[in-house]
Ligand binder design. Structure first.
Ligand code: AMP
Length: 448
């Protein structure tokens, strides 16, 4: 798979590539507008290949900006408008960008240049043209997504074009959707790596990405109106978002008659959620996938049907995708099936490392020798074990948690609390959800 080549083959298509509120963009517009913006970037930034920050929410022009960066041979760093300002500033400081593209109002910061691309995309028409020679190369960084860090500084995970291509090619094999694929639900913001799953699966299959904006997600009436309007057949979200929808009895096959595939990642998928979905969406398949941002969204999969749901509690996260090997390790020692240890991911979608963060890179990434080939391996910090050939996730070996789908490091929250005037010491304790049991579903944090 070569995503840009695939998209080029849709460049004359009037199919809608993305719908967000009252805005939409076709594949033809996406291709031609991203060409113009790419030419502008190339002319203005010349040899400068510093990653470009793309700031906004779910405007279809965000996709134009992402593709323009890739076509001009630069990495993009997506930042959603709901990211707290202090965190945005830390990311900007870390990237030190020469260009920030925005689709929403961006408050100036330290004199960094920003351009609002919603104002007039045709203003980017340039004489020079973009050709495939300018495009990002397989081993170059395609995007950088910032995740939490225990020191209080966000860590920029660099994902190469090759990793994204391998991931997308595999993700499109999930479910029996080849002929019926039509519209993907996008829940996650673009600064969260789960969105890479719906965005690139949708683009690579000439489907429509139907975005649920943040304000809609918090309002049941609007949310259900939008879901009905979407008539989506593929759902990508964290399990907690599906739980939120399931709280309303009208979330069913009647609302989404063509829904055929639920893809989950990022959090524990519970038997209860699967049970409700199987009942309410009898035509749909449900997949649990697992992986951290550091290995391009997800690296395992399992189709959770009635039988799997009856047999296992907690549910497995599946088997490794082709091109990935998963080991359970205790330090340098590999553990046999059944023993619990750290999940280590080796293979063709593992990140090149964190952006400008050698200390963290040394801690988390290493070279693994497999069949005489040296591959990149990532120590996830997740605890897991194999049983019946399936991988099971059973929490963390460190103090990282997932809260409402977001990765948080407890030390990070403590360090930030201690920056508040008058706070000398801080302890943060996660509270388990009643009934979450081994699944480690966190409800909230308690600050002492
Ligand atoms: P993120 O980098 O934000 O995608 O978060 C990755 C982390 O989410 C992993 O290291 C796991 O701790 C957790 N995670 C991802 N997928 C699953 C899953 N299917 N079940 C349980 N936890 C998961």
């Amino acid at each position: 798979m070569n995503i840009l080549e695939v998209l080029e083959s849709y460049k004359g298509s009037n199919q809608v590539a993305m719908i967000s509120g009252d805005k939409e963009i076709t594949y033809f517009q996406l291709w031609s507008q991203s060409d113009k913006l790419a030419a502008y970037i190339k002319n203005n930034n010349k040899e400068d290949k510093t990653p470009i920050i793309v700031y906004g929410h779910k405007d279809p022009l965000m996709l134009v900006a992402f593709l323009a960066c890739a076509k001009s041979g630069r990495a993009y760093v997506p930042i959603d408008i709901n990211v707290p300002r202090k965190r945005i500033e830390r990311i900007v400081d870390s990237v030190d960008p020469t260009l920030i593209l925005t689709t929403e109002e961006f408050l100036p910061y330290k004199g960094y240049q920003h351009i609002n691309i919603t104002e007039d995309i045709s203003a980017f028409e340039q004489e020079a043209e973009i050709t495939s020679k300018d495009w990002i190369k397989e081993d170059e960084v395609y995007y950088i997504i910032f995740t939490s860090g225990s020191t209080g500084d966000p860590k920029g995970v660099q994902i190469t074009y090759s990793a994204l291509n391998h991931f997308t090619e595999w993700a499109l094999t999930l479910g029996k959707m080849e002929k019926r694929r039509k519209c993907f639900i996008n829940q996650a913001p673009f600064s969260f790596d789960l969105s890479v799953m719906d965005l690139y699966m949708s683009l690579a299959s000439e489907s429509c990405l139907f975005a649920l904006e943040k304000d809609i997600q918090g309002d049941y009436k609007k949310l259900f109106e939008q879901l009905k309007r979407s008539d989506a057949d593929i759902w990508v979200s964290t399990p907690s978002f599906a739980d939120l929808c399931l709280a309303d009895p009208s979330f069913s096959q009647e609302l989404l008659p063509n829904m055929g595939l639920f893809l989950f990642c990022g959090e524990t998928l519970t038997n209860k959620t699967v049970g409700s979905l199987l009942e309410r969406f009898p035509k749909a398949q449900i997949y649990n996938t697992y992986g951290p941002t550091e290995s391009t969204v997800a690296v395992t999969e399992i189709c959770v049907d009635y039988q799997i749901n009856e047999t296992y509690n907690p549910l497995p996260v599946g088997k490794a995708k082709p091109g990935t090997i998963i080991k359970i390790m205790d330090g340098e020692e590999e553990l046999p099936e059944g023993e619990k240890g750290e999940i280590v991911i080796i293979g063709n979608t593992v990140s090149k490392g964190y952006f400008k963060n050698e200390d963290e890179n040394r801690r988390a990434f290493f070279q693994y020798n497999y069949d005489g080939n040296s591959c990149v391996a990532y120590r996830t910090g997740d605890k897991g074990y194999f049983k019946d050939g399936w991988l099971f996730y059973c929490g963390r070996i460190d103090l990282q948690i997932k809260l409402h789908g977001y990765r948080m490091e407890i030390e990070d929250v403590e360090k930030n609390l201690m920056k508040v005037q008058g706070v000398e010491k801080a302890v943060v304790v996660p509270i388990f959800e009643v009934g979450g049991g081994q699944n480690q579903v966190f409800k909230s944090l308690l600050y002492l």
